[in-house]
Write a protein that binds this ligand. Structure first.
Ligand SMILES: CC(C)(COP(=O)(O)OP(=O)(O)OC[C@H]1O[C@@H](n2cnc3c(N)ncnc32)[C@H](O)[C@@H]1OP(=O)(O)O)[C@@H](O)C(=O)NCCC(=O)NCCS
Length: 195
């Protein structure tokens, strides 16, 4: 008899995952804290990099892990990716799922030809995947950050050699509704709240 696998399956994120992803991130980081992060300044209003947003689903289909990568430039004209947030549901932690999401992201980014991945996170966790603060020494983020947590991994040797300056978002902007669309939605009562 076949039993369903208890190992969460990793796939590309689908639109149907978004609400559960938001809830998992709120649970893992706290909503206000996560939206206040400097890395968030490089993600807000942007779409994640094509083919580089991952979701893990448990045996019952619920989302239990998330990881996304974002287009940035590491100083002028130096394309790179920013990784994060990475989160695994507390019930599924310490079983290798975070590592499996990281492996999927790194392998796929390399396969797609990207040169480097940067992130802000706990060095003791990310060191096992090859991340260190050495390549980011002369880079700056658009807000307060702890240099010891500003890490990078070169997928192509030398991809960040000499990288200097401000890291900026370069990802595709999320389409915002036009004024006429907002007026139509307001007229339809979409924005009215019941007392
Ligand atoms: C960090 C996180 C994604 C790891 O997911 P996971 O599925 O438990 O990871 P894995 O099972 O692949 O790895 C577990 C190992 O990482 C270690 N680890 C987990 N978080 C760590 C951290 N912040 N610093 C150092 N080591 C850490 C565990 O102690 C464990 O070590 P072991 O292999 O020696 O036993 C998960 O704990 C999580 O979602 N945390 C809350 C959100 C968060 O902090 N995200 C990362 C932002 S820096």
């Amino acid at each position: 008899m076949d039993f369903p696998s208890a190992t969460p399956a990793i796939s590309l994120e689908a639109p149907a995952d978004i609400a559960q992803r938001e809830a998992l991130l709120d649970l893992s980081f706290g909503r206000a804290a996560r939206l206040a992060k400097t890395s968030e300044r490089l993600r807000e209003g942007r779409l994640p990099a094509e083919g580089l947003a991952f979701a893990a689903h448990g045996p019952d289909g619920r989302l239990v892990g998330t990881l996304r990568l974002w287009h940035v430039t590491a100083g002028p004209a130096r394309p790179a990716l920013l990784l994060g947030p990475l989160a695994v549901h507390p019930w599924f932690r310490d079983r290798g799922l975070g590592g499996a999401l990281m492996a999927s992201a790194i392998n796929e980014a390399a396969r797609l030809g990207h040169g480097a991945i940067m992130l802000v996170g706990d060095a003791p966790y990310y060191a096992r995947f090859g991340f260190s603060s050495a390549p980011t020494g002369e880079l700056w983020l658009p807000g307060p950050f702890d240099r010891a947590r500003f890490l990078a991994l070169e997928l192509k040797p030398g991809a960040l050699a000499g990288a200097k300056g401000l890291v900026s978002a370069t990802g595709e902007a999320v389409a915002s509704p036009s004024l006429s669309e907002l007026v139509a939605r307001d007229t339809a009562g979409e924005f009215k709240r019941s007392a």
